[in-house]
Design a protein around this ligand. Structure first.
Ligand SMILES: [Zn+2]
Length: 248
């Protein structure tokens, strides 16, 4: 059995799992951000509707004040019309009365239209408040779910890092350098199985001499095409247990 090759194979597996852990952590962070933005969207919409309602309510108050001021004017105008002295004055007062009545009608129309909009906005606000409450609860559930998966991921990562450290310490320096170099230039894959007569990373077939050496599993061979470290997948050292926990 070639323990160095087993360690290299295990190191690759540990590094693959660490990569998966980092990817899972990034995906969890993205999912959290997505959930947060989703909730924020509803909160922003509610804030907007509340702001619109405040504006409409204060406009409503202004219009009510204007109607009551116009009513006072109209009453005064009527009184003055009763005490009018000449035609010109009467004509002027009648014109003013006409203007006041027109203005009162316009303002009352605006109030009716505004009340209608206020009613709709209030219904919208009530709906959004329910949605925001529900979404806040859903966000809380998602967040705690993600937090526990992140925690589990961190624990797994810590275990992997310690396993990695053990492997790194047991490997000869030159083999470790070779591994690190291959990781860099071969997209994170330094060790690959050889099976079905070919390198499983680059799919290139082997010359008969290498084929025989690989099956013997005595020395560390590399792929003539991609330079990755090869191990014979179907050798008993690698098929017996998971993570190379072979015995004997
Ligand atoms: Zn190859």
């Amino acid at each position: 059995m070639n323990t160095i090759l087993i360690d290299l194979k295990n190191l690759q597996e540990v590094d693959d799992q660490l990569k998966a852990c980092r990817e899972a952590a990034a995906a969890a962070a993205a999912r959290m951000e997505e959930a947060r933005l989703g909730l924020k969207g509803f909160e922003d919409r509610l804030t907007q509707v509340k702001g619109e309602l405040d504006k409409m309510r204060s406009r409503h108050q202004e219009l009510e004040v204007e109607v009551s001021q116009l009513s006072v004017k109209r009453d005064n105008n009527l009184k003055r019309q009763g005490a009018v002295k000449n035609n010109n004055e009467f004509t002027a007062l009648a014109k003013e009365a006409e203007y006041i009545s027109g203005r009162i009608n316009d303002v009352e129309d605006e109030i009716l239209e505004l009340l209608d909009r206020i009613e709709k906005a209030e219904a919208q606000k009530a709906d959004l408040e329910i949605v925001v409450t529900e979404e806040t609860a859903a966000y809380g559930r998602t967040a705690s779910e993600i937090e526990s998966s992140v925690k589990a991921g961190n624990e797994a990562q810590a275990g992997l890092l310690s396993a990695r450290q053990t492997l790194v310490e047991s490997l000869p320096a030159d083999k470790l350098r070779q591994y690190d170099e291959l990781i860099k230039i071969r997209a994170g894959r330094a060790v690959t199985p050889a099976a079905e007569g070919m390198c499983q990373a680059c799919r290139l077939g082997f010359p008969p001499q290498l084929f025989n050496e690989l099956q013997r599993n005595e020395k560390i061979n590399t792929c003539p095409n991609c330079s990755r470290i090869l191990y014979w997948r179907d050798h008993p050292d690698y098929v017996r247990g998971p993570h190379g926990t072979t015995s004997g």
